[in-house]
Write a protein that binds this ligand. Sequence first.
Ligand code: COI
Length: 362
Amino acid sequence: LDFEITLSQQPTPHAERERILADPGWGQHFTDHMITIRYAAGRGWYDARLEPYGPISLDPATQVFHYAQEIFEGTKAYAQPDGSVVTFRPEANAARFNRSARRMAMPEIPEELFVRSLELLVGTDRDWVPRTEGYSLYLRPFMIATTRALGVQQPSQEYLFMVIASPSGLYYPRGVRPVTVWASQEYTRAAPGGTGEAKCGGNYAASFLAQAEALRNGCDQVVWLDATEHRWVEEVGSMNLMFVYGSGPDARLLTPALTGTLLPGVTRDSLLKLAPDLGIPVEEGRIGIDQWQAACASGEITEVFGCGTAAIISPVGGVKGPGREWTIGDGEPGPVSMRLREELIGIQYGTRPDPYGWVHKI
Ligand code: COI
């Protein structure tokens, strides 16, 4: 499938772009182009385009507006010291996108086409990749159901795949300052058999009310507990969670296993591979909210952090829940969290070796 390319006649002026890149915020500004590819049952993927960024027009009866048949991905392009630009593990995002597609009864997209879409957009809009360390060009591939029909007997027969790109600074403006988290007893993110391991928009829509509850209780983020027993820790906000036991040469990592209700994070997976190389053993297991509290009181757990593409590594400094509250370590970012963060960022920004071949030059 070849892309039909239409370049913008009115690209953002240089000075305006530089002003945005100096302080991009997060997910507020978009580059000059976007990718669109269409799909129809019986026909497959067709009409691949790179075109000027802009609104799309859809019939009000378009299926996605009513039944939320939608999936997305998040990945980033990074500027390198030599001025080139790379993406990070785009094939991992492609594979997860297709797993999400299967769960939502949507068509899979060939991995090669997914990756080529990202590369074409980043290559075209490469001047939008921020040069500031810690900043990047966030890439948002997504797919929506576009059949015009209100019936729910069958999934949409047509789909639209798109990629947009957004220069981004730090996801949390406060940087790596630890967040406090709220263990909601009322809301759950995902139930067995549900869509928890798919990256579908609905999972995020359902999280806003719990997030508001966290804010009301003076916390920054929600800790999600399992839906069945309300006990096993699953995720924090929109990130996977990692627990550091011990310190110095005895430090080890525990992260909740992918039971089907957790989002299989690319950052999570990357850290599980990198940590052992740094002499930090890793384990995928389970931890209950009571165990978490007790292990902080006894000093066994020394650090906890959330990890994801957007925020990279985000230390958790304290936990609150109905009738309880505790801090983790001294409430400051810990050495293991910061070491892992530097290692991962070093690979992404090309200042450290890339032992697993994760970065792709554009
Ligand atoms: C991530 O990259 O960690 C996310 O899932 C955040 C995104 C939904 C904004």
